[in-house]
Design a protein around this ligand. Structure first.
Ligand SMILES: Nc1ncnc2c1ncn2[C@@H]1O[C@H](COP(=O)(O)OP(=O)(O)OP(=O)(O)O)[C@@H](O)[C@H]1O
Ligand SMILES: [Mg+2]
Length: 409
């Protein structure tokens, strides 16, 4: 299927490598050197998916480009390339759900290509036989404005509860908080979320992308995902550690970014390694939950993670979850040693996890009244940014006298 067109209105020194990269990726590229050319392109081509603009162009010129987009008679989002200094100001002004995005200089042609891939996936396209055309008719503004938070669960140490936290957090968000949730099993080595949910023979992302390379349709994560009985949607990157070469890390990150439009929350479970795939996913994360069990090896791994995250630029997005919090070293000691405060605590769930796993269900669904589920409820609230219920006793709150008497009675 022909790919959509992208209008590139960048200075020639950037337009040339960017256009070459986009052409290589199969896009149609229309380079324009003045606003009138963009007006003409938008008037004659129905398949323009995105316009790439220069955010540092002089104000009059930038204004004319914007006017061309606004007057196109249909929504055509812009990817505006800016200096880091301009980014904060512009991105805040424009955070209106219009689909416009920003990209900071310096950048590589390859990295802007993947951002554009993500923006294109987010556009609804139809093919009426004459090539891809942007979906006509009224926009689904609710879906358009939706932007799922991406919650990644990671610790470089194995067996600390990453998958347990990812699965049960996703389930709590879906079943108890009424959110629409996509759970991504991005553990390409030992991932087993779909099989443990008894979702047999489901297609993985690697299956889909291999089919696509052989002429099959291009599918989003939303399309590939299967529905678990709880309503949760689940997608695995691969079902075999030997079938991962098709999983280009930047394409995976772009596809996660594109899926933000279809869900309230995306939870991603990772393999314990600092692979390029994991690093690309860290870049996409709004929050990286680090489960830590209260024992020395897990604490050491968390300290290392904190330092590595500093080098990778995602330190401030880390949030420590103390798992099996009621065993071993005290939470206060874990906090002191790791140098992070606990974002949430999960107690040891013992046989509840085993029994849920045997049924292909989550602890949240099977044991809604147990304390372990309450722990995941609290974690889900923190993830959603819901303030904790005030501790009435500690805040000095007292029931009015009559209510106290009634409570005593
Ligand atoms: N809070 C808990 N209470 C009881 N058992 C737990 C708890 N958290 C994790 N487990 C158990 O510990 C084992 C390892 O957990 P899990 O698979 O979630 O770890 P992981 O970090 O994802 O491991 P890997 O690095 O191999 O992917 C599982 O058997 C799980 O059921
Ligand atoms: Mg795991």
């Amino acid at each position: 299927m022909a790919r959509p067109a992208i209008v590139v209105a960048l200075p020639p020194i950037e337009a040339d490598p960017v256009s070459a990269e986009l052409l290589d990726a199969g896009f149609e590229v229309i380079t324009v050197e003045q606003p009138a050319e963009m007006v003409a392109a938008l008037a004659t081509r129905r398949d323009v998916a995105v316009a790439v603009l220069d955010g540092e162009a002089d104000e009059d010129l930038a204004g004319e480009y914007w006017a061309a987009l606004v007057n196109a008679g249909r929504p055509v989002p812009a990817l505006t390339v800016v200096s880091p200094g301009s980014y904060q100001r512009l991105a805040e002004m424009d955070d209106d759900g219009s689909g416009n995005e920003y990209f900071t200089r310096p950048y590589s042609a390859d990295s802007i290509r993947w951002r554009l891939e993500a923006m294109c996936i987010r556009r609804d396209t139809v093919d009426d036989g004459s090539g891809p055309v942007l979906q006509a008719g009224p926009q689904d503004h609710d879906a358009w404005n939706r932007r799922a938070a991406v919650i990644v669960v990671f610790n470089p140490k194995g067996g600390v509860g990453k998958t347990t936290v990812a699965v049960n957090l996703a389930s709590a968000l879906q079943a108890r908080k009424g959110k629409s949730v996509l759970l991504i099993d991005a553990d390409t080595v030992t991932g087993h979320v779909t099989t443990s949910f008894a979702l047999e023979a489901v297609r993985s992302v690697a299956d889909s992308w291999r089919d696509e390379a052989e002429g099959g349709p291009s599918e989003t994560f939303t399309a590939i995902a299967s529905e678990h009985g709880s309503g949760l949607r689940v997608v695995a990157l691969t079902d075999s550690p030997l079938n991962t070469e098709v999983l280009d890390p930047r394409r995976v990150a772009a596809a996660i970014s594109a899926a933000r439009r279809s869900f309230d929350v995306i939870v991603v479970d990772l393999h314990p390694s600092y692979s390029t795939l994991n690093q690309a996913i860290f870049d996409e994360a709004d929050r990286i939950l680090v489960p830590v069990t209260p024992d020395v090896p897990a604490i050491r791994a968390a300290v290392q993670m904190r330092d590595v995250a500093g080098a990778l630029g995602c330190r401030e997005r880390l949030a420590m979850v103390v798992n099996r919090a009621n065993s071993g070293v005290s939470v206060a000691d874990v906090e002191r040693t790791v140098g992070m405060s606990a974002f949430a605590q999960i107690r040891s769930g013992g046989m509840f996890f085993v029994r849920a796993a045997n049924e292909g269900r989550t602890v949240i669904e099977m044991f809604p009244r147990e304390k372990i589920t309450a722990d995941f409820d609290t974690l889900a609230d923190h993830v959603l940014g819901v303030p904790a219920k005030p501790d009435l006793a500690r805040s000095g709150f007292r029931l009015p006298t009559r209510a106290r008497a009634a409570a005593r009675a």
